[in-house]
Design a protein around this ligand. Structure first.
Ligand SMILES: [Zn+2]
Length: 180
């Protein structure tokens, strides 16, 4: 638990100035809203993320902190076709610009493509990773081939083998005929 603390209280300004990449991971169990979406294996799933901070000049020429954030997790969701668990890779890659207040974020939000967040010295990076993964969840997760369909086709081939089985015996029987 102690290892996740720096990600929970990140100084955005210092991180952006430092400009060194951060790589981390956190158990899915530490992201309760996301873990709620998993049908099982919450204790085995690990969220991977990496962040890169930078300072970039804004429209007014002043330097602003940015963070590029990527995250991914392999988690079991419910297949919308067969309702069995389906292992699904959920991932995102986004950029965030940090502004001084909620008012500035609201005022500038419509005019820019990037996401705006309020700068903080105790920014919860893990919560942002969780937010983004929640938004990246597939609307309708599905198996490429559902296990039920695999069972059906396996049953089909068994059936064919069973039908073909008598043939070699029939041939043997035919071979024996001339001998008698
Ligand atoms: Zn399925």
């Amino acid at each position: 638990m102690a290892t996740s603390l720096p990600y929970r209280k990140l100084s955005v300004g210092a991180f952006a100035l430092q400009a060194s990449p951060l790589q981390g991971q956190a158990p899915l169990a530490q992201m309760p809203r996301l873990a709620d979406e998993a049908v099982h294996g919450v204790d085995d799933s690990v969220v991977q993320f990496q962040a890169q901070g930078s300072m970039r000049n804004g429209a007014g020429g002043q330097a602003q902190p940015w963070i590029q954030l990527q995250g991914s997790v392999d988690m079991a969701l419910v297949c919308q076709r067969c309702l069995e668990p389906v292992s699904t890779l959920v991932q995102f890659d986004r950029e965030f610009r940090f502004v001084e207040s909620e008012d500035v974020a609201l005022a500038e939000d419509e005019d820019c493509d990037e996401d705006l967040l309020v700068c903080s010295t105790q920014f919860d990076l893990l919560e942002l990773v969780e937010d983004e993964l929640l938004m990246a969840l597939p609307v309708s997760p599905k198996h490429e081939t559902c296990p039920g369909e695999l069972k059906l086709s396996a049953a089909d081939s068994d059936f064919e083998v069973a039908n073909e089985r008598p043939k070699p015996f029939a041939k043997l029987a035919q071979l024996k005929i001339p001998k008698s």
